[in-house]
Design a protein around this ligand. Structure first.
Ligand code: CP
Length: 310
């Protein structure tokens, strides 16, 4: 079986395949309840060692819509609190004969560590600063549907690039699919390896916004910063906050995106976030369910004796 630990392990045609697979669920998801019995009889464990609203719930809804038996493990209520190691937790989940495991963890690489220990497909729901592959897939699907294509789109990603697994996975996916990616951050929140990422770095947000097709805003990941580097939110908003005036520099029909959770008034003003025409933020959440249905389905095909990846 294959795991989905990151976009880094995927070929461009495999990313497109997952987006194409997700398309069938976008329309179907307008109905309520179970949509398919593809995963009937399979046990899906969602093991979340970090807080989540969107990712946890959408993975749960996605599994249930496909007929899986879904079990959630919240680390705060688990024996992790009693000192059980990650490896021992993985071995325990494996002994319960899960058919697919979805993991969120605060440490980069933790998902791969678990994937190496279990006998079923593992999906990364976000690991530390490393990757959040289903977020990048749902963002790519949103862009493709709203802009008609991904190739050639000028996508500006702004904010705390350094600590963002969302930025890392999006950069990998969007550059693989031939988008033009610009990243904007203060120097303290720009990764040192940015030159090797196939993107154009900017420190001036206004400059980066010229001609943008998509503007993707990121939250300051305060929980991943050590004291001295936390910028003042007021100053950050002044230089890197998306306001209506700033957005006017992008193309007139540019799309505004945010993975959530948002800090309104910091990286984005409410009037921009709630702009029904320009903001795709709630649509991103809806695409998240479709994309996670596609990932759960495709990743378990081998187990179900169905032909897998394209
Ligand atoms: N975008 C995202 O991962 O949100 P949650 O942390 O709420 O899952």
């Amino acid at each position: 079986h294959r795991h989905l630990t990151g976009i880094a392990g995927l070929q461009p045609h495999e990313i497109m395949f997952l987006l194409d697979e997700a398309e069938q669920w976008v329309e179907a998801n307008k109905e309520r309840g179970r949509l398919s019995d593809r995963l009937t009889g399979l046990t899906q464990i969602n093991a979340f060692f970090e807080n989540s609203t969107r990712t946890l719930l959408s993975f749960e809804i996605a599994g249930k819509r496909l007929g899986a038996d879904v079990v959630n493990m919240h680390a705060g209520q688990s024996s992790v609190k009693k000192g059980e190691t990650l490896i021992d937790t993985a071995v325990t989940l494996n002994a319960m004969r899960a058919d697919v495991i979805v993991i969120r963890h605060g440490s980069s690489g933790a998902v791969q560590l678990i994937a190496d220990k279990v006998d079923c497909p593992v999906l990364n729901a976000g690991d530390g600063w490393h990757e959040h592959p289903t977020q990048a897939l749902l963002d790519a699907l949103t862009i493709r549907r709203r802009r008609g294509a991904i190739a050639g789109q000028r996508v500006v990603i702004c904010g705390d690039i350094l600590h963002s697994r969302v930025a890392r996975s999006n950069i990998l996916a969007l550059t693989a699919l031939a988008a033009e990616v610009r990243v904007v951050a203060p120097s303290t929140l720009m990764p040192a390896e940015v030159e090797r990422m196939g993107v154009t770095p900017f420190s001036d947000f206004d400059e980066a916004l010229e001609g943008a097709d998509v503007v993707m805003m990121l939250r300051l990941q305060n929980e991943r910063m050590s004291g001295g580097f936390i910028p003042s939110t007021r100053e950050f908003h002044m230089r890197y906050g998306l306001t209506p005036e700033r957005l006017a520099r992008a193309k007139p029909d540019a799309l505004v995106m945010h993975p959530g959770p948002m800090n309104r008034g910091v990286e984005i003003t409410s009037s921009v976030a709630d702009d029904r025409e320009r903001s795709a933020i709630t649509e991103q959440v809806a695409m998240g369910v479709a994309v996670r249905m596609a990932c759960l389905d495709v990743l378990t095909r081998h187990e179900r004796g169905v032909e897998g990846w394209a």
